[in-house]
Design a protein around this ligand. Structure first.
Ligand code: PEP
Ligand code: MG
Length: 902
């Protein structure tokens, strides 16, 4: 969006010309100041320079043509309105110059206050403020300090240091104890600091001050911290910031002045009632800097009842207007209230649900809108166990909540030590400055990961999220010393073995073991908390919104479950069937040996024996699951192990044989096994003999499974239940593979099912790109497709799913090659396109073809929206993610504009 550089292109908007929907152009702050102005609320007059002006400046290194003239005209209008002139020695107009991007980037960009003060106008300001010299000189020194630091890059500490010196000469720690003379002296000192660093005097021309401040705000868009923040929050780099030029109002004119921040409801819990802080006789930055202690907003009622009442009525008005929780900043100047900012306020996940429910009750929004206002990521957060915090526990450091959860354990500093202690059954927290691929084993062994460097896309963060492991990254107050096996934080030393607790949602780090409590939301889903009767606003809100989502969604939600216990849990969480039962997981443990025999068998008899032994075991597995899912569809996938998972490791076996030979033992059997394993060894097992290929190569294997499924279904039906089996063939790439399996399966099913009434569907996974591209042919032989997006991503990108996330994805994320791992959220453009093609061509060939997805993406919020758009019938995901998928499927259905879920 290149800004036009013509004289008549509009770059400056008076507050009365904008509105809240112009955030792209005016930034969030400017758009909302305009909205409040138009609502007739007391906003100090001013104007906004657009993001387009900033974009043009950043592209060319100079202000676009026409901008200077438009600023001049708006400034003149402002001067007329206020009856004052910028820099007038007798009665100066002062302005603040504030950044304000489309998305809030708190504290990342610059602000300059009190622009318009100089050696003359400081005297006029004092007179205007009732001969308040102290106030005027304090304002002037603040201008030089802020201007010096943000516009001219003068080191801020030098100003701080000069201020401290004056305070200590006065024997005080409090700014308010300094008098006008002290501050006049400080202005001189500040000017010297300014001149020393810039080689020039502090500019006395108010318009020059203004222009330089505007330019500094433009440039702060590309300040290092702003760039980092954007990358972290995925804010596009080309938006630019708007600049707001606002008439100054002063909260530091005496006890009848002050400043504060407020929320229209509690952003932590969502509880109704105002919530905020107030600081008398202070300017906004004093509150932010925490220089003095604020008082609760309710105190204002006692201090200045009329401002308090006006504020409350404005807050009620704003809530009603924005139909949401608002946060505001305000200033009271000698008993007159001014609104400096408002926006729809950030809130915790719990507050998001509670507030959405309240707003429906209050008639401000409808249930569709309430559903739109929450999301699956928030719901997932509410399902993690939480720390039970009381006064005993205080965070010693705060990093980035990189992967949610609550974890406690003994501190270790190396991957090897993590593995050792975990093997002894201990919980450990792996602490590193940053992790790298060598730490992978330690990360797997640890309960949680804590790093002092790196953000949400660091190696630690990405890998931990992939594993579902708690991680706090970038806790930079922590000084990690790996060789000495210790870290220090706020003067305390933590050595190997000491226990710490980390909260991967808030990023907080605690010393000692903080007790953990289960999530109330999970208790509700599990059925142990009854939403209708419990007095818990969060549970009630979740229940209400989930019920609405279920009523709206078009997608069915199934679960991936291989055991009856998982199936039962998922059913309680709302699963409407099993979309993937991975049968290879039933072949582990003591059955492994049977599978090994089966795979390695050279003689038919040997193989048949193994199959005959497996049949009843499999039948029992399936019976249990069909019974648990009584009446619901259950997709059973025929075995799909990469072979190496079932064979003894080649190296280990070779060593054992060599050692035994050395000892002169009889190794004939082991040698035969070794030869067989060598024969079957694959360089790329993920692309080797697995899935349907294995079924076609090992006679009787799929037949045994099909028979077990059909017999189990018949047994359940004969016992009065309802079994709805769906047999799924994995890794199909060509219709001929499926036809071959199907022909054999149909014969067995017909023979077993007889007149029992059991109906068995046969379908396939679409997980090889060729299958997606020949879906029209494959649909001729399939009653359903289930997209295996894990393998489709692996083979679509050519990324080994076992290796790449730990190996190099962190770097890809850092470089912005992708915004999120394509194994986590579907790559709409590439892998998503394969899904789309297969869905369309499959349905064209066989109308009514049932379509679902059972890769990890089935439980990912953004991907659920995509699958809704593509028109799948169901998503299938792990039990814990079933509620998230239900919610997001509901959201997708009410968001008819097709926008994504963020
Ligand atoms: C898939 O590939 O997406 C899938 C569900 O199968 P698996 O993960 O078992 O390979
Ligand atoms: Mg697969």
């Amino acid at each position: 969006m290149a800004a036009q550089e013509t004289d008549d292109h509009k770059y400056v908007y008076d507050f009365s010309e904008g509105n809240k929907d112009l955030k792209d152009l005016l930034g969030g702050k400017g758009a909302n100041l305009a909205e409040m102005t138009n609502l007739g609320l007391p906003v100090p007059p001013g104007f906004t320079i657009t993001t387009e002006a900033c974009q043009a400046y950043l592209a060319t290194g100079r202000e676009p043509d026409g901008l200077a003239g438009q600023i001049e005209a708006h400034l003149a209008a402002l001067e007329r309105e206020m009856g004052k002139r910028l820099g007038d020695p007798g009665d100066p107009l002062l302005v603040s110059v504030r950044s304000g991007a489309k998305f809030s980037m708190p504290g990342m960009m610059e602000t300059v206050l009190n622009v318009g003060l100089n050696d003359q106008s400081v005297v006029g300001l004092a007179a205007q403020a009732g001969q308040n010299d102290r106030f005027a000189w304090d304002s002037y020194r603040r201008l030089i300090q802020m201007f010096g630091k943000t516009v001219c890059e003068v080191p801020g500490e030098e100003f701080e240091h000069a201020l401290d010196e004056v305070k200590s000469a006065r024997g005080t720690h409090n700014d308010l104890d300094l008098d006008a003379d002290d501050l006049r002296g400080l202005v001189d000192a500040y000017k010297k600091i300014f001149a020393k660093h810039t080689g020039r005097e502090f500019p006395q021309q108010p318009r020059e001050q203004l222009d330089l401040a505007i330019r500094a705000v433009f440039e702060s868009w590309n300040a290092e911290r702003a760039v980092l923040y954007r990358r972290q929050e995925r804010i596009p780099a080309d938006l630019g910031t708007a600049v707001n030029v606002v008439t100054m109002v002063f909260g530091n004119l005496g006890p009848d002045s002050g400043t504060g921040v407020a929320f229209t409801r509690d952003p932590g819990s969502g509880a109704q009632g105002i919530y905020g802080d107030y600081l008398a006789n202070a300017q906004g930055e004093d509150v932010v800097a925490g220089i003095r202690n604020t008082v609760p907003l309710q105190e204002l009622e006692r201090l200045d009842k009329s401002s308090y009442d006006e504020l409350l009525s404005i807050m009620a008005r704003l809530e009603e207007h924005y139909r949401d929780l608002c946060d505001i900043e305000f200033t009271i100047e000698r008993g007159k209230l001014w609104m400096l900012q408002t926006r729809v306020g950030k809130r915790t996940a719990a507050a998001a649900f509670v507030i959405a429910g309240q707003l429906v009750d209050e008639g401000l929004i409808d249930e569709d809108e309430a559903l739109h206002r929450v999301n699956g990521a928030q719901l997932a957060q509410l399902m993690f166990p939480r720390f039970q915090l009381d006064h005993e526990f205080e965070a010693v450091a705060t990093g980035i909540g990189a992967s949610p959860g609550a974890a406690s354990g003994a501190v270790v500093f190396t991957s090897a030590r993590a593995v050792e202690l975990a093997a002894e059954g201990k919980s450990v927290i792996l602490v590193r400055r940053e992790t790298n691929p060598d730490d992978l084993n330690g990360m797997i062994a640890a309960q949680g990961i804590l790093t002092s460097r790196g953000g949400k896309t660091s190696h630690a963060a990405v890998v931990a999220r992939g594993m579902g492991k708690t991680c706090v990254s970038g806790a930079d107050e922590i000084d990690v010393n790996v060789p000495a096996k210790r870290f220090t934080v706020s003067g305390r030393t933590v050595t190997e073995g000491d226990v710490v607790s980390i909260d991967g949602t808030t990023g907080k780090v605690y010393l000692g073991e903080v007790p953990v409590m289960p999530s109330e939301v999970v208790q509700y889903f599990e059925g142990s908390l009854d939403a209708e009767h419990v007095d818990n606003p969060l549970v009630r809100a979740v229940h209400r919104i989930m019920t609405h989502a279920d009523g709206k969604r078009r997608l069915t939600v199934r679960t991936n479950a291989d055991t009856s216990a998982d199936a039962a849990r998922a059913r309680r969480f709302g699963a409407e069937g099993i979309g993937l039962c991975r049968t290879e997981h039933m072949f582990l443990g003591d059955r492994r040996e049977l599978v090994e025999r089966l795979i390695l068998a050279r003689a038919e008899g040997e193989r048949d024996e193994a199959l005959a032994a497996l049949l009843p075991l499999q039948r029992a597995d399936f019976e249990e699951i069909f019974r648990e899912m009584d009446g619901l569809p259950v997709t059973v996938r025929l075995i799909d192990p990469p072979l190496h998972e079932f064979l003894p490791p080649l190296e280990q076996l070779a060593v054992n044989v060599a050692v035994a030979q050395e000892r002169g033992e009889d190794v004939a059997k082991e040698e035969a096994l070794l030869a067989a394993v060598r024969r079957m060894h694959e360089e790329n097992p993920m692309l080797g003999l697995r899935g349907v290929r294995l079924g076609l190569v090992i006679p009787g294997l799929f037949a045994m499974q099909v028979r077990a499924i059909a017999e189990a279904a018949v047994a359940v039906v004969r016992a009065g239940g309802v079994a709805r089996p769906e047999i799924m063939v994995p890794l199909v790439g060509a219709v001929q593979e499926l036809e071959t399996v199907r022909a054999e399966a149909e014969k067995i099913i017909a023979e077993v099912v007889g007149d029992s009434g059991v109906e068995v569907l046969i379908g396939t996974m679409i997980e090889v790109p060729r299958a997606a591209l020949t879906a029209g042919q494959i649909a001729e032989a399939a009653e359903f497709f289930s997209f295996g997006t894990n393998d489709l991503t692996q083979m679509g990108w050519g990324f080994s799913r076992d290796d790449v996330e730990g190996a190099f994805f962190w770097r890809y994320l850092e470089l912005g090659i992708f915004g999120i791992s394509p194994f986590e959220s579907i790559d709409r453009d590439g892998v998503g396109r394969l899904v789309r093609i297969a869905a369309e061509e499959g349905r064209a060939a066989r109308p009514g073809l049932k379509l679902g997805v059972c890769g990890e993406h089935g439980g990912d919020p953004d991907s659920v929206h995509f699958f809704h758009e593509v028109g799948l019938d169901y998503v299938s995901c792990s039990p814990f993610r079933v509620p998230v998928a239900r919610l997001e499927a509901g959201r997708a259905a009410v968001e008819t504009d097709g926008s994504d879920s963020r």
